[in-house]
Design a protein around this ligand. Sequence first.
Ligand code: GLV
Ligand code: GLV
Length: 322
Amino acid sequence: SHVYLSRQLTPPATAAARDLGLPLVMHDDPDTPPSRERLLRDVAGAAALITLLTDRVDAELLDAAGPGLRIVANCAVGFDNVDLAAASARGVVVTNTPGVLDEATADLAFALVLATARRLVEADRFVRGGREWIWGPQSFVGLDVSGGATLGIVGLGRIGMAVARRAAAFGMRILATGSRATGEEARRYGVAAADLPRLLAESDVVSLHCPLTPDTHHLIGAAELAAMKPTAILVNTARGPVVDEAALVTALETGVIAAAGLDVYEDEPRLHPGLRALDNTVLLPHIGSAGRATRDAMGLLAVDNVRAVLAGEPPRTPVPRR
Ligand code: GLV
Ligand code: GLV
C-alpha cells in the first residue's frame, strides 16, 4: 500500500507527502503528466491518490487502484476531472482544495480584466515590434475600468467574492449571479444580484467564477455572447467548457463582443483554431492559482486530507455534495 502522487508538487508539499508514513510513488517528470498506461500501472494497490486537474479520475482508474483505495485528494478547487459517483460507489473519499487559492485566482482574474480593458498585451506586442511610434490621443484606447464600469460576476462564490472586493475598490458597479449575491458580504461590496440575462446585457466585463458541472457546460454560448454589449469583455478563469469556445472565437472575430481574457480552454491545452490569431484576446496557460504561497497551501491541504483519512479522521475539505 502506498500514496500515489501524479506530479511533483512544490517542495514543502512534496516533502509533506513523503512524510505520510506510507511509501510515496511519485511520477518523476515534474513537467508532464504520466501517460494513462503509466498512471493505471502506478496506482495499483494505492491507499491514497493525490491527483491534479490534468488527471482523469474515473471508474477505470479507481478500479486500477483497487479496493484498498480510501481517498482521492485532488489538488485543485475544481473537481470536474473526478467521477464523484464512481468514487462514492467504491467508498472512496474525494477532497479538493477550496479557500487557499481564492486570492491568487481573483488576482489573476482582475489582471485579465485590466489587461483586456487597457489592451496591455496588444500594446506590449506593439512596443516590442520595434516600429517607430509617437503618443497619440486615440492610440490604444480601451475601457475605463475605474469609476463606473459594470462588472458581472457569474457564480459569486469564494473566488467571485474576492473579485468583487477588488472591483469595489476600483469603484466598479457589480452585478452577480449565485446564491451569495444577496448575502451580507455581497452587500458590503455593493453587489447587486442579477439573473444571467440582465448581467449579460448590462455588464462591461463579464467574469466567470462558477464550477464546471452539467448545468454550467456551455453556459456562455452564441446566444449569451450576442446578449452582451459589443464593447464588452469576457474573462474566464473558471473552466474552459463553461464557454462554447467555437462561438466565442466567432464572436471575437465578428465584433459581437470586444475582447476576451482567458486562463482556461474548452479542450486544454488545445486552443480552438483562430483564437491564437486574435489581437483582442489575452491568453494564459491556466495559471490562476500559480502564486508561490498558494501552490504550497494547495499541496499541503491535499496532503493533509490524505493524512486525516489514513488516520481514520474526517477529511478536512471533502468536495461539496450537490
Ligand atoms: C484550478 O483550476 C483549480 O481548480 O484549482
Ligand atoms: C499622458 O501621459 C498625459 O500626460 O496625459
